[in-house]
Design a protein around this ligand. Structure first.
Ligand code: PLP
Ligand code: LYS
Length: 414
């Protein structure tokens, strides 16, 4: 069920009219739906209800503390990749005992913070990181719970920039080295082996690469058992895709059922790290048309939102649906929807059929994940405001940045 639908010609976010919210709060503006976030989270949790599991929402997708808090209230765990994300989880009321810490470049300070707070486990991505973590844990008189992230070398069939499970990618430990590094981990007194993990890429729309990865990981788990290394959990990572256009990715229940079948009777807790599948279609990005302009044979809609607010189209040539907040009906024209940033690559969508006039509001759909979290202040543009709707209430969950925040922390020379 979609919570961003038209009632007559007006687009609604749950029971709030989008154009009204835009008028009231200004644009550019992110709007998230609480009901959608919750429904998406439960889709994962219910899919594995009969098996020991933990759903660790990938904070990088959308890290607003109100979003994290909504999920924490459901009992969600969190997948983090920095000390900053850990701090957000704590601020949002998340349970550190349900946090997994991924990432190829954890610093000593981040390790210390996570050990101090007491997280569920570190997803260690190299032999060097394991040694560093062991030193830090020993110094702090703590035991670091770890999983080793293994690179299963499967082709996720997604955009090269968001594919992570191939040998040539920087992520994880090569399968050939896995056993040796596990044996080393077993020797280290301040390291406790908990599990294995993998994450092969993002926006996967087929189940096969997940199953290929799982087969390789389960074979590894069996080999480790022969070496006397007991694996308690298997973290399958995130990566399940969403519908931006006409993709038909497997739903979480179908995906989970396939994984559970492959798991056989193994006594392994399953951890999932979904980001996009929970947040993307729980959000829209709203922008106002400033000007319409025609150059030779091209028509442009210049809007007040830009690549600094939503970089996916510019960075990955990602396609996201663009719809009017109030549908005028009638004849449409072909537009490139572009922002005010001084880059040719600053566009939100190309070749879109729209019937619009200056002043109209447009909603860019599927913007709840990797939208605001990838925003910047490029061109000294204050970052957008964020709202969360909950039924017929809308809450400001992040104020629009003020101009003075642009140079906060900067200093003139004496
Ligand atoms: C280790 C890890 N886990 C989870 C995710 C979340 O991925 P997605 O948003 O595709 O579910 C990512 C990002 O791709 C990741 O790198
Ligand atoms: N930022 C990417 C996803 C990257 C996933 C990070 N591991 C996107 O917007 O599609």
């Amino acid at each position: 069920m979609d919570h961003f639908i038209y009632q007559a010609e007006e687009l609604y976010a749950e029971q709030c009219q989008v154009a009204e919210l835009a008028k009231q709060h200004g644009t550019p503006l992110y709007i998230y739906s609480r009901a959608t976030l919750e429904r998406h989270w439960y889709a994962f949790d219910n899919a594995v209800a009969n098996h020991p599991h933990l759903i660790c929402y990938a904070v990088k997708a959308n890290s607003n503390i109100a979003v994290l808090n909504v999920l924490a209230r459901l009992g969600s765990g969190f997948d983090i990749v920095s000390g900053g994300e850990l701090a957000r989880v704590i601020e949002a009321g998340g349970d550190p005992a349900k946090v997994v810490f991924s990432g190829v470049g954890k610093t000593v300070a981040e390790m210390e913070l996570a050990l101090e707070i007491g997280i569920y486990c570190f997803n260690v991505e190299s032999a060097a990181e394991l040694e560093q973590l062991s030193v830090v844990a020993q110094r702090m008189n703590k035991v670091a719970p770890v999983s080793l992230r293994i690179n299963p070398d499967v082709d996720a069939g997604t955009h090269p920039y968001i594919s992570t499970g191939l040998k040539e990618n920087k992520f994880g430990i090569a399968m050939e080295e896995a056993e040796a590094i596990f044996l080393r981990a077993k020797e280290l007194p301040c390291i406790e082996i908990k599990g294995v993990d993998c994450h092969i890429g993002s926006q996967l729309t087929e189940i096969k690469p997940f199953l290929d990865a799982m087969d390789r990981m389960l074979a590894l788990i069996d080999r480790l058992a022969e070496l006397g290394i007991e694996i308690k959990h298997f973290d399958v990572g995130g990566g399940l895709g969403v519908t931006y256009d006409d993709e038909l990715p497997p739903q979480p229940d179908v995906y989970a059922a396939a994984l559970l079948e492959r798991l056989g009777g193994r006594d392994l807790k399953l951890i999932f790290e979904p980001g996009r599948a929970i947040a993307a279609n729980a959000g829209i990005f709203v922008t106002q048309v400033l000007y319409l302009k025609e150059n030779s044979d091209k028509r442009f809609a210049l809007v007040d939102g830009a690549m600094n607010d939503l970089i996916r189209p510019s960075l990955y040539s990602a396609w996201q649906k663009i719809i009017p907040a109030i549908d005028r009906g009638g004849e449409t024209l072909n537009y490139d929807v572009v922002g005010p940033v001084c880059e040719t690559g600053d566009f939100l969508g190309k070749d879109r059929q729209l019937n619009i006039a200056a002043g109209d509001y447009l909603a860019i759909r599927s913007s709840g994940a990797y939208g605001f979290t990838m925003a910047s202040n490029y061109n000294s543009r204050p970052r957008a405001a964020e709202l969360m709707v909950d039924g017929d209430n809308a809450y400001v969950i992040r104020e629009r940045e003020k101009l003075a925040q642009l140079w906060q922390g900067e200093q003139l020379l004496p």
